[in-house]
Design a protein around this ligand. Structure first.
Ligand code: ATR
Length: 283
């Protein structure tokens, strides 16, 4: 019997997940079908329940349903509980297991594909929404020297940093990386080895008001967004002296590989799929 998987989103037609997972299935000889399913904005729960009833084994969840998926689960991985959002569901009888593979995907893209260690690095994370929240715990687990969360509204960054204090260094303890928060202006006069854009500013083509001088020599600027050519953040980072720039296409493929592993117990090779997507994107 061919197993059935799908990605649920709204919109979802643009999703590259069916292509990625079909390529993984072929490369690992797994008998499965993976489809894109559009769910009505107020119809996510019903869509998942219909999919389970039809024999669906697991699903990915994308915008705008990741928080709703989190609430729907009967069991959560620790990283999904931390993220407050779920991008991977696995169905087992009445159980709905939820995981979040976004942070693992980011860390793997940076450390394996881009060959950059996160350990001991000064990291600046831009943004304090769902995308930022999803990657903080895996970033801290990689033992950077420090993590500064900078956001347009500083209050949101401070609240987010506070929710990770139990795994960060504080004034009382030196265990774990130091986590700080502020607005963009507070990055002035500091420099960072890795700057990650987790804001949605690129979506609207807007550029971030970053002070100059924040990119250390040999720094990496990483945009979790991707598109044809450089994103506005990558253009800005290059202008301000970032030595290396990357978009989020590798993160997309790596989060998918992690989901595939959860469902099938097999870790697919990602290099060929990433190269194929890159070629298609720049064509
Ligand atoms: P996501 O799930 O993609 O993180 P979100 O939760 O709506 O979406 O968060 C969007 C993030 O992008 C926020 O950090 C937001 O900043 P605010 O919290 O100050 O709203 C940030 N953002 C969006 N557009 C931006 C812009 N033009 N300039 C700076 N930050 C922006």
């Amino acid at each position: 019997m061919t197993d059935l998987y799908a990605v649920f989103g709204n919109p979802v037609a643009h999703s590259k997940s069916p292509l990625i997972h079909s390529a993984f299935a072929q490369a690992t000889a797994q008998d499965l079908i993976y489809e894109a399913r559009l769910a009505a904005v107020d119809g996510f729960k019903q869509a998942i329940s219909d999919f389970q009833a039809a024999g669906g084994k697991g699903a990915n969840v994308t915008v705008p349903f990741k928080e709703e998926a989190y609430r729907l689960c009967t069991r959560l991985s620790e990283r999904a509980a931390r993220a407050g959002a779920v991008n991977t569901l696995a169905f087992n009888g009445a159980e709905i297991f939820g995981d979040n593979t976004d942070g693992a995907g980011l860390v793997r893209d940076i450390t394996v594909n881009l060959r950059r260690s996160l350990a001991g690095q000064r990291i600046l994370l831009l943004g304090a929404g769902g995308a930022a929240r999803g990657v903080i715990a895996p970033l801290l687990a990689a033992q950077p020297a420090s993590l500064l969360i900078a956001n347009r509204s500083a209050d949101k960054a401070a609240a987010l940093a506070k929710s990770f204090l139990d795994i960060a260094a504080t004034t009382e303890t030196t265990v774990g990386p130091r986590v700080n928060a502020g607005n963009f202006a507070e990055t002035a006069g500091k420099s960072f080895d890795i700057v990650i854009n987790a804001t949605s500013a690129s979506l609207s083509g807007e550029s971030l008001p970053l002070p100059s001088g924040i990119f250390a020599a040999a720094s990496l600027a990483y945009d979790m967004m991707y598109g044809r050519g450089d994103t506005p953040f990558m253009v800005l980072a290059r202008q301000q002296g970032a030595a290396h720039c990357a978009d989020g296409l590798g993160m997309l493929v790596e989060q998918a590989a992690e989901a595939f592993f959860i469902w099938r117990g097999v870790r697919p090779e990602t290099t060929a799929v990433l190269a194929e997507l890159r070629t298609a994107l720049s064509a």
